[in-house]
Design a protein around this ligand. Structure first.
Ligand code: SAM
Length: 259
């Protein structure tokens, strides 16, 4: 159970300014390890008027763990347009709204952008309460260059569109970062074997969780090591820029074997 340091359970006691009325707060939440909630995220969740959550049941579990009791409204990809209007009405009444997604940073391959743009266009204040984000955790620990990178989120599902997008990326400089589901990770490695056979790849799996691992190699090598069954977990796949000198750590990884 997480708790705030003594004396910081209310704005007055913490010496921090209270939340701003009529503000939309984008609150990042853990991507696996519940210790990764920030003190500011916790305070924002405690002090806001309402939490707009991608999945209220899932956020309910997090709130319970954090000891926060707060009303929630659902805000997901299928009600974004309608809900954005309602959230704007609330901001207009001076409410403080915390927007959270299921995990990580709202708006990064998750709902959020629509209400952010609507709030800005209507003249409301939008604040980021930064914290976990799979792409940043993966890239910074990968050993790949970070000074220039291109984040794509998820590739389309259809084969032709996926291949076209990957081929277009051959000309993009810097490290490439993708999100992928366990069901398509082998397929992605097959596609990378065809499109980027000479590029070094790092696969980050289960970040911040018990079985976190980084698997490094050329696409063909990673594919061979991944086994026949779809590996379990969540994945960030990163492709090194051409000319990158691969770093292979001394400790071997166990891609596909860890559960
Ligand atoms: N908003 C989130 C963020 O800030 O990273 C991303 C949400 S997106 C719907 C979920 C995808 O993020 C997963 O399919 C996976 O590609 C990546 N991801 C999320 N958590 C992860 C983790 N613990 N380890 C590896 N990848 C993760």
């Amino acid at each position: 159970m997480l708790s705030l340091p003594q004396g910081s359970s209310s704005p007055a006691e913490s010496g921090r300014p209270p939340l701003n009325p009529g503000t939309l707060y984008l609150v990042a939440t853990p991507i696996g390890n519940l210790e990764d909630i920030t003190l500011r995220a916790l305070r924002t969740l405690r002090e806001c008027d309402v939490i707009a959550a991608e999945d209220t049941r899932r956020t309910g579990l997090l709130l319970k763990h954090l000891g926060v009791a707060k009303p929630q409204v659902s805000y997901h990809q299928f009600n974004e347009a309608r809900r954005s209007e309602e959230l704007l009405d609330r901001l207009g009444r001076g409410e403080k709204i915390a927007l959270v997604s299921d995990a990580g940073t709202p708006g990064i391959s998750d709902p959020g952008m629509r209400v952010v743009q609507a709030a800005l266009a209507a003249g409301f204040r939008v604040e980021s309460v930064p914290g976990p984000c799979a792409l940043i955790s993966a890239l910074t620990a990968s050993g790949l260059p970070t000074e220039e990178f291109h984040f794509l989120g998820f590739l389309p599902h259809k084969s032709g569109a996926r291949l076209r997008q990957l081929q277009a990326l051959q000309a993009v400089p810097g490290s490439l970062v993708l999100y992928e589901s366990p069901f398509r990770i082998r397929r992605l490695l097959e596609e990378l074997t065809a499109v980027f056979p000479e590029r070094f790849v790092v696969v980050a799996r289960e970040l911040t969780k018990r079985f976190e691992e980084f698997c490094r190699g050329f696409p063909r090598d990673l594919l061979d090591r991944s086994g026949q069954r779809a590996p379990k977990g969540e994945f960030v796949v990163m492709i090194a820029p051409s000319g990158y000198a691969p770093i292979q750590p001394q400790t071997p990884d166990r891609f596909g074997l860890a559960q």
